[in-house]
Design a protein around this ligand. Structure first.
Ligand code: NAP
Length: 239
């Protein structure tokens, strides 16, 4: 059974990814809490490792998974944080927090994964965002980080291809989660406005993102490397 490691696979979009893989993979979730993991079926295939990824120099958690289960078939760098502020309101500490988790922790995890899998091959998916493809208003640190994710992904794709390791990014658009549902329930006009700008006219689901990641980590994507795949109902190519 292949082992898949998912950072932040305990809630939000990550939970749907964990669920997508659990039926036929061993999934190791890395996060600071168990979140909603207990609600999932196939608990026998699930392992939780508590780790604060903002301690980005520490990648021992990857070594521990590798030592316990052997080669890791896929790594999903999903854990991330948002910050809704324009550049002039972002403090030094806030900038550091966003970059530590969204970029540096991903960078060091990718580096350690490639080093450990030199002889085995493998695949990585990094979570970017529409904010990696375009400037989302009032989210300068987040947009900076998610754009960096795409550059990092391309670098790894080029450098690690000779080791039979692929690296791709996924850029989710507007996704229906408990959080977006709660926010937009209070502001139906905003929901209508957003939906009006999405060519497909609807929000995506966490399962849509999980399906794209499942494809990119699998053998059917063996010739797909270094892309930043929008999963956004066409939002990023429409106007
Ligand atoms: N939701 C969207 O519509 C959307 C759109 C575009 C891109 N994305 C990207 O997709 C990814 C998941 O988004 P989401 O909306 O599901 O986020 P979320 O609900 O806020 O969840 C964030 C995840 O990251 C983990 N995490 C946060 N800080 C951590 C830390 N210091 N150490 C370890 N784990 C940490 C959290 O678990 P703990 O708190 O338990 O540690 C949680 O599992 C992110 O990279 C996000 O930028 C999301």
């Amino acid at each position: 059974m292949k082992t898949i490691v998912i950072t932040g696979g305990n809630k939000g979009l990550g939970l749907a990814q964990t669920q997508r893989f659990l039926s036929d993979h061993r999934v190791v979730v890395i996060a600071r809490s168990k979140g909603e993991l207990d609600t999932l079926p196939h608990q026998e295939n699930l392992e939780f490792v508590e780790q604060d990824l903002s301690q980005w120099r520490d990648t021992q958690w990857l070594d521990s998974v590798y030592e316990k289960w052997g080669p890791i078939g896929g790594l999903v760098n999903n854990a991330g944080m948002h910050l809704k502020k324009p550049v002039w309101e972002v403090s030094g500490d806030e900038l550091e927090n966003v970059l530590d988790l969204n970029v540096k922790a991903m960078f060091t995890a990718c580096g350690r994964y490639v080093a450990l899998h030199e002889e085995h091959g493998g695949a990585i998916v990094n979570l970017s965002s529409m904010g990696g493809l375009m400037a989302l208003a009032g989210a300068a640190a987040y947009v900076t980080a998610k754009t960096a994710v795409i550059g990092l992904t391309r670098s790894i794709a080029v450098d690690a291809a000779s080791r039979n390791i692929r690296c791709n990014a996924v850029c989710p658009g507007f996704i229906e989660t408990n959080m977006t549902r709660a926010i937009l329930a209070k502001d139906p006009a905003r929901r209508d406005k957003i939906e009006g700008r999405i060519p497909s006219g609807q929000f995506g689901t966490p399962a849509d993102i999980a399906d794209a990641i499942h494809f990119l980590l699998g053998d059917n994507a063996r010739y797909v490397n270094g892309i930043a795949l929008p999963v956004d109902g066409g939002y990023s190519i429409g106007f």
